[in-house]
Design a protein around this ligand. Structure first.
Ligand SMILES: Cc1cc2nc3c(=O)[nH]c(=O)nc-3n(C[C@H](O)[C@H](O)[C@H](O)COP(=O)(O)OP(=O)(O)OC[C@H]3O[C@@H](n4cnc5c(N)ncnc54)[C@H](O)[C@@H]3O)c2cc1C
Length: 368
């Protein structure tokens, strides 16, 4: 069976069989019980409230608390994107310092840093499109805080390869590590990497105390740069066959929900805009993932082009899409975004403050 099956039954089964106690204990370890639900969440196949309800129908809040806390990180980043738009692509709270260049670090790109736990996982990212959260943090720390690269281009490199690529979680997580959206930079060393990656390496450029790593100049192993071209190859679908007497439902690579208005008799079109993918490129593997998920949406057709070039749009009785930062320029009606904690105001400060407010509501909704 595929690591990422696409049927809703298989996804529901993944949620229902999550071992939440194990998750809480082991999520930081490479071999820990993480859910691997992000490739479905990021692409809009399932929403955060959907997962929350399903989990709470089988578990108490206390049992599910750690997992919900992680889901809340996603809600926090999405809501920042929703409010601040493209500001998330610039140094968010403070300017990154010091910065030696705006390129990718060659040894990271080539999976040849010499840190075995990391190199192995970069190879695996290229092969599978998934990488564990802790390794994402290690890579971002090596690139920005130790290698002194600005976070933006390396974040694009990682996004390019991720099946779960999400512009907000990605940019804001890189910024969290680089200290531009958080109060301090995140650092790693070899002992920490060995603990969580199951390696026993010594004598590497990271085999030092935290104090030493934090004071280090860029080591030779991270000094060469590269700027790989990140290009999306869009598919060449057949011409659209549209019925202008029926409403038009527009999907994109972030809104691939097979249950959305499922019973309605409508046109369904997945819009892949060249302008979007030239700003935010994705690999062939990621495009294949998007197209595979789209196959779960009954009757969907694919359109590669700009939304405003779709012919005869005014002829449809309604045009409907899902509200999302990437669909703001779509014509017609928008079905609103859904949050786990809509009562909590959009975040203005730290995640901790946001989580505290969410947690209060969580325990009020479902006492443990
Ligand atoms: C540098 C960096 C880049 C990242 N880029 C992305 C990205 O492009 N897309 C993406 O979805 N996540 C990103 N993350 C967040 C996190 O790494 C992934 O969401 C998580 O690893 C997904 O695997 P999982 O579903 O097995 O996670 P689990 O541990 O099982 O977590 C469950 C869910 O909670 C959410 N979640 C967990 N941790 C985080 C987090 N730190 N931030 C936001 N949401 C979280 C995700 O939706 C995830 O599916 C990034 C993190 C870092 C440090």
């Amino acid at each position: 069976m595929s690591v990422f099956p696409t049927s809703l039954d298989a996804i529901n089964n993944r949620i229902d069989t999550l071992n939440l106690a194990d998750y809480a204990q082991t999520r930081n370890y490479l071999k820990g019980s993480v859910s691997r639900l992000s490739p479905y969440i990021s692409r809009g196949v399932i929403s955060l409230p959907y997962i929350l309800n399903r989990i709470l129908s089988m578990n108490t809040v206390d049992e599910a608390r750690t997992y919900i806390y992680e889901l809340c990180w996603r809600e926090y980043f999405q809501r920042i994107w929703h409010v601040h738009g493209d500001k998330i692509f610039t140094d968010f709270k403070q300017v990154q310092h010091p910065v030696k260049h705006h390129y990718m670090i060659r040894s990271v790109y080539e999976a040849s840093t010499g840190i075995d736990g990391i190199d192995r996982e970069i190879e695996s990212l290229y092969a599978t499109g998934y990488i564990h959260n802790h390794v994402r943090m290690y890579i971002a720390s090596m690139v920005t805080n130790i290698g002194k690269a600005h976070w933006s281009y390396p974040a694009q490199w990682m996004y390019y390869h991720l099946l779960d690529g999400d512009l907000a979680s990605n940019a804001l997580s890189w910024q969290w590590v680089a200290g531009t959206s958080s109060s301090k930079k995140y650092y790693c060393n070899q002992v920490n990497i060995n603990t969580y990656c199951g390696t026993e390496q010594t004598g590497t450029f990271l085999d030092h105390s935290y104090e030493h790593v934090m004071a280090m100049d860029c080591p030779d192993e991270l000094s060469e740069t590269t700027s790989p071209e990140l290009i999306t190859v869009l598919p060449s679908p057949p011409a659209l066959q549209l019925d202008y007497s029926k409403p038009m439902l527009l999907y994109n690579s972030y809104t691939l929900d097979p249950q959305w208005r499922q019973t309605e008799d409508v046109n369904r079109v997945l819009v892949l805009e060249p302008s979007h993918f030239s700003h935010y490129p994705v690999s062939g593997k990621v495009m294949e993932w998007i197209l595979t998920l789209a196959k779960e949406i009954s009757g969907i057709q694919i359109y590669c082009g700009e939304i405003h070039d779709l012919p005869y749009m005014k002829s449809f009785p309604h045009i409907i899409s899902k509200e999302h930062p990437t669909t703001r320029h779509y014509p017609g009606i928008k079905d609103p975004l859904t949050w786990m904690f809509p009562e909590v105001p959009d975040p203005t400060g730290s995640f901790t403050g946001f989580w505290k407010r969410c947690e209060k509501i969580l325990y009020r909704l479902s006492p443990s």
